[in-house]
Design a protein around this ligand. Structure first.
Ligand SMILES: Nc1ncnc2c1ncn2[C@@H]1O[C@H](COP(=O)(O)OP(=O)(O)OP(=O)(O)O)[C@@H](O)[C@H]1O
Ligand SMILES: [Mg+2]
Length: 300
């Protein structure tokens, strides 16, 4: 059965998209079958993996994008999957095993204009459609905006695990705290829609520190996060096995450049004009690989 995982924090800009895209790429590289959903109207992971030219074509009509399962409602999730999404500049598939369901800017309409059937909230419609394809994957990952509104609810409802990307600062801690609160409320609200086959509602399994600058001491923010995690664990508001991940991702210029190149960091050339300063790429790539391995182990 696929492990379904949401990356979310109520704080924006902490690295949800960069962590999920690069982790997905590492898992695919390890031979896992991975499907990534982009649930953020900003479309960051879609634009990253498709590059602007391919994504612009989708955005022009919204056809083939996630919102089309709701409006006009004729598409099914299984029709939206872009197989082996990552291509090089010549159109060659360069990362078999990583599939994407993209979004376009029209996803914003799910939050306000879309009415649908009140007896079948969007997350129920999504859950039923995902069930048709989930056995095709080892991992299904959901990149969310910094809230639990309707788009994120689709991911949270079907997930088994939640990971919280964070920066070592007070605002990330506030974001984590707010997330746990909102998550509890959503699970209560959606409880009557759960089917036995879905298992228990997803709880936070881990906090992942991202963008750690060399030479900066993060012991104090880390300790504060650990204390909050311990309190939540005692109160049974996060998973009993929830932890701060041992792996932390360093701050590296190549992460920002990879977006422009339309490639996961793993595939950014180590030589040629896009080459990073010696050693930099290797290090951050090894961080992402370690993270993928730690996530693999955490699920066992
Ligand atoms: N390890 C890193 N090193 C350097 N830059 C990073 C790193 N991780 C993320 N960034 C950069 O920080 C910015 C925010 O990252 P990202 O888009 O992944 O965050 P996010 O949490 O998904 O944001 P949002 O809340 O807007 O969805 C981006 O410009 C990204 O390239
Ligand atoms: Mg993002």
């Amino acid at each position: 059965m696929a492990r379904k995982i949401t990356f979310i924090n109520y704080k924006g800009g902490v690295g949800k998209t960069s962590l999920i895209v690069n982790t997905a790429a590492c898992l695919a590289k390890l031979g896992k079958r991975v499907l990534l959903f982009d649930f953020d109207t900003q479309s960051n992971s879609s634009i990253w993996l498709l590059r602007l030219e391919r994504w612009n074509k989708l955005n022009a009509t919204g056809e083939g994008a996630f919102f089309s399962i709701f409006e006009p409602g004729t598409a099914k999730v299984k029709d939206l999957v872009i197989k082996d999404v990552v291509e090089d500049k010549t159109g060659q598939k360069v990362l078999p095993g990583l599939d994407l369901v993209p979004t376009t800017f029209n996803l914003v309409d799910l939050e306000s204009e879309y009415e649908g059937d009140p007896k079948r909230p969007p997350y129920v419609v999504f859950q039923e459609q995902l069930a048709e394809i989930e056995n095709d994957y080892d991992f299904i990952l959901f990149d969310c905006p910094p809230n639990i509104l309707r788009a994120s609810q689709c991911g949270v409802f079907v997930s088994n695990e939640i990971y919280v990307p964070s920066n070592p600062d007070a605002l990330s801690l506030i974001g984590f705290t707010l997330l746990v609160e909102k998550l509890g409320k959503f699970h209560q609200l959606s409880a009557s829609f759960r089917k036995a086959s879905m298992g228990v509602p997803a709880q936070v399994q881990g906090v992942i520190f991202n963008s750690i600058k060399t030479g900066v001491d993060i012991e104090v923010p880390k300790m504060r996060m650990q204390l909050r995690m311990n309190q939540f664990r005692t109160a049974k508001r996060v998973a009993p096995t929830a932890k701060i991940f041992d792996t932390q991702i360093r701050d590296a210029m190549i992460v920002r450049r990879a977006v422009t190149l339309g490639l996961p960091v793993l595939l950014v050339s180590q030589d040629g004009p896009d080459a990073p300063a010696a050693g930099t790429a290797d290090n951050v790539v090894s961080d992402y690989k370690k993270l993928a391995t730690e996530i693999l182990r955490h699920g066992q």
